[in-house]
Write a protein that binds this ligand. Structure first.
Ligand code: SF4
Ligand code: SF4
Length: 99
């Protein structure tokens, strides 16, 4: 599933800072593309920390980044501002992604 307005060649790049990550799993739970999907973005690793197993499934909603209490996850694209737009548009993308 792709969010309208996102171009296929603009791939997300999910970075997890394993020094900061506390393994709470919130990013896995909140990710709309990791719940009941055939190709989840995240799987929980043996240490409880998220592992990115299907980065292509990410729709760039930024829920994981915004909800991480340890500020340990970033979803980056080269031209991120072009892709996601200003924060109010990102919120719209997030809503569309969740419903
Ligand atoms: S929400 Fe943040 S601290 Fe929690 S598991 Fe994900 S990356 Fe780690
Ligand atoms: S940006 Fe959204 S879809 Fe991508 S990994 Fe984070 S929560 Fe999942």
């Amino acid at each position: 599933m792709m969010v309208e307005g996102l171009e296929e060649q603009q791939e997300p790049l999910i970075r997890i800072d394993r020094e900061r990550c506390i393994g709470c799993g919130e990013c896995i739970d909140i990710c709309p593309q990791s719940r009941d999907t055939e190709f989840p973005v995240f799987e929980r690793g043996e240490d409880g920390r998220p592992q990115v197993v299907n980065e292509d499934s990410c729709i760039g909603c930024l829920s994981c980044e915004q909800d991480c209490r340890a500020d340990a996850i970033r979803v980056e694209v080269e031209d991120r501002d072009d892709r996601y737009g200003p924060p109010d548009q990102r919120a719209e993308i997030k809503c569309r992604a969740m419903f």
